[in-house]
Structures are given as C-alpha cells and as structure tokens.
Design a protein around this ligand. Structure first.
Ligand code: 1BN
Ligand code: ZN
Length: 350
C-alpha cells in the first residue's frame, strides 16, 4: 500500500513535471548539462539533449493496462484499453485515427481489430514511426501447466510493456517536440496467431504465418502515407516485450535485413547509455512480428524484442506468469531512454 502510494506519487510528479525532487523529474537524463535544449552537434550531444525517461511513469502505464484484465480482441477490456490509448494520445496533442476491421485466424475464424494511430507535428516533413501491439494473447499455450493453455494472459510484458514505453515517449514529445515528426501506432490482433504444426502441408504454412500481426497487415494496405509523394516515414521501430528483468535484445534477423543502419543507430545509442548488456552486439533469430509488414511497404523497420536469451524469448512468454509481478522498471526505462535519445538526435532534414 505504502509502496504503491510512493509509485503513484512519483509518477504524478513525473507526469506533471512539477517537482525537481521527484523520482523522475522533467530534466534531461544527462547530469550537469548547462543547456540541454541546445541543438545537438552530434549523437553524443543528442543524448544530452533528450528528455529523461521515467521508469515509474512507464510502470504505471503498464499497470493501467493490466488492471483492465487480458485485452483479447473482442473483449470489453480490449475496448476499454483502446479507448484509454486514444484518449492518452489525444491529451498528448496527437491527431488520432483508428483503422478497424475483421481478419481471419489460422482456423478460419474471424478476429476484429482496431489499430490506433497518433500523429504528432503533422507539418514535419521527416517522420519516425514507433509501434507496439496492445492486444494480448488469448491462450497461455506456453505455460508449464497444460490446465492454463486455454486461459488468457495478462500480457504485462507481451503487449503492455511496448505500449507503455511509447506512452512515455508521447508524454515527452507533448512537452518538448523533437525536430522530426513522430507517429505512434498501437497495433491490434498481433498475438492470436498459431505456428504451423510439425510436418504441416506446405500449402497451409502461409495461413499460419499470416495468423499473426493481423491488424498490421491491414494497416499497411491502408496506411496514412502517400508513398508516391515520398511521404513514408524515414524508418520505424517496433517495441515488443520490453519490460522483463534481465531482458536481452539481440539484433533481430528481419531488422538487419530491412534496416541495418537503424539497428546500429539504436544499439549505439544504448551503448552510449551503458546498456550494452541489454542491447547486445549479437545477431538474433528471425521473428514473425509487426515490423516485417511495415518493411514490406518500403519503410525500413526494426524490432526491439527480448529474444536474445539462451532459451530465446523471456521465460514468461505466453504463460500466466506474464503479469505485473514480472515487470522491471529498469528495463522499461532503458528502452524508453534509447528511443528518446534516437528521436531527439534526428534532424528535420537528413
Ligand atoms: C511476439 C510476441 N510474437 C508473439 N508474441 C511474434 C511471434 C510469432 C513469436 C510467432 C514467435 C512465433
Ligand atoms: Zn505474444
């Protein structure tokens, strides 16, 4: 109770930037910098110019989602979460739109989706797209107890963490905009997919692969950018499963194929902050995630995902243990800080 009160207090202070003594203040993350608002001369100076991410604030954004219950597509908790995200983006000053429809899962059943898009500083020519999925998996099918395989997960890490990190970015963009325009996309129906069973008929494999990231597949076919007029964002960064203690972000395969220069930019920014143990200089596996669909329409796209541990994904992946008890403020803060450093180092023109 006491601890909760402290967390809420420090987050409120952070959110309203009202006290220099708060656990997270509104000052730049760099200490001793005389003028953090000065234009960065290089990447290291940009680190000094970025606002400071607040782990308590991001944790509170995770809790705001998990307290609704599992956000499986079609559920009341999912609708309430969608409305909350639209409101938060609007309050942060974004122009908000929703791309909704119905997709198809591997078994042929229908799944509703509503992708939520927020655009900051729509007049900026050069833009960066940030995305995370807000839906949660309807089945804990990786849980050690088979009795849990048909239960829905809280998705504190797999879903809420990425969204929370982007809400933190939105909070800072609202109070001091970077030079580039920022677009935030909360994708839906990412996590109701099934993997093809061993020995599946090859003609059915695509159906299984396409049962993941259903919302994003629709969004890219209707995206709010005119590619013919050169309006695509310069690049996109997906954050997925960015809230567990001991997270290891390796350089995911499709990210390296689509945008090795953005992977370098992000991993270099992490190294400058001393997060080299988390953002490791190692190549990772190939992951069927939202970024591959964004890359398919010509936007260089990368995935920051906790898949670099010896066993692959974090141990709570698709289990009932993916809950708030296994969320780590330090990981959330590190990822948000790296995104802020990258965004605030970008120039209005390349
Ligand atoms: C990421 C988080 N994913 C699901 N939850 C994508 C994925 C798809 C991971 C297929 C493994 C297999
Ligand atoms: Zn998942």
């Amino acid at each position: 109770m006491f601890k909760t009160s402290i967390t809420i207090l420090s987050c409120l202070l952070a959110a309203f930037a009202s006290a220099a003594t708060a656990a997270c203040s509104s000052k730049s993350a760099a200490s001793g910098s005389a003028d953090n608002a000065a234009a960065p001369a290089d990447s290291a100076a940009a680190t000094a110019a970025a606002p400071a991410a607040c782990g308590d604030s991001i944790y509170a954004y995770v809790e705001a989602q998990t307290s609704l219950g599992p956000r499986t597509p079609g559920s009341d908790a999912h609708s309430r979460c969608a409305e909350m995200l639209r409101q938060r983006l609007r309050r942060a000053g974004a122009e908000v739109s929703t791309d909704s429809g119905t997709g198809t899962l591997a078994d042929g059943s229908a799944i509703p989706f509503a992708n939520i898009f927020g655009r900051f500083n729509s007049g900026a020519g050069r833009r960066v797209l940030l995305l995370a999925h807000y839906d949660t998996r309807p089945w804990a099918d990786e849980d050690p107890d088979p009795a849990n395989h048909s239960k829905a997960i809280d998705g504190a890490n797999d879903g809420a963490s990425g969204v929370a990190v982007l809400l933190e970015v939105a909070r800072h963009v609202a109070s001091r905009a970077p030079e580039v325009g920022v677009d935030i996309l909360f994708t839906d129906a990412e996590d109701s997919g099934l993997s093809a069973p061993e020995g599946a008929d090859p003609s059915t494999v695509a159906r299984y692969e396409d049962s993941w990231c259903v919302g994003t597949q629709h969004w890219v076919r209707n995206m709010p950018y005119d590619a013919a007029r050169g309006q695509l964002p310069s690049y996109a960064i997906l954050v997925d499963m960015v809230g567990a203690g001991g997270a290891v972000f390796a350089k995911e395969y499709f990210s390296m194929r689509s945008a090795p220069h953005i992977v370098s930019k992000v991993w270099d920014a992490a190294a400058r902050r001393g997060y080299g143990q988390m953002f490791v200089q190692r190549h990772g596996g190939a992951i069927n995630d939202d970024h591959i669909h964004i890359a398919s329409v010509g936007i260089p796209a990368i995935d920051i995902i906790d898949a670099g541990r010896p066993g692959g994904f974090t141990p709570t992946w698709h289990t009932m243990a993916d809950n708030i008890a296994n969320i780590d403020r330090g990981t959330l803060q590190a990822v948000a800080q790296v995104l802020l450093d990258v965004l605030y180092s970008e120039k209005a023109r390349p």
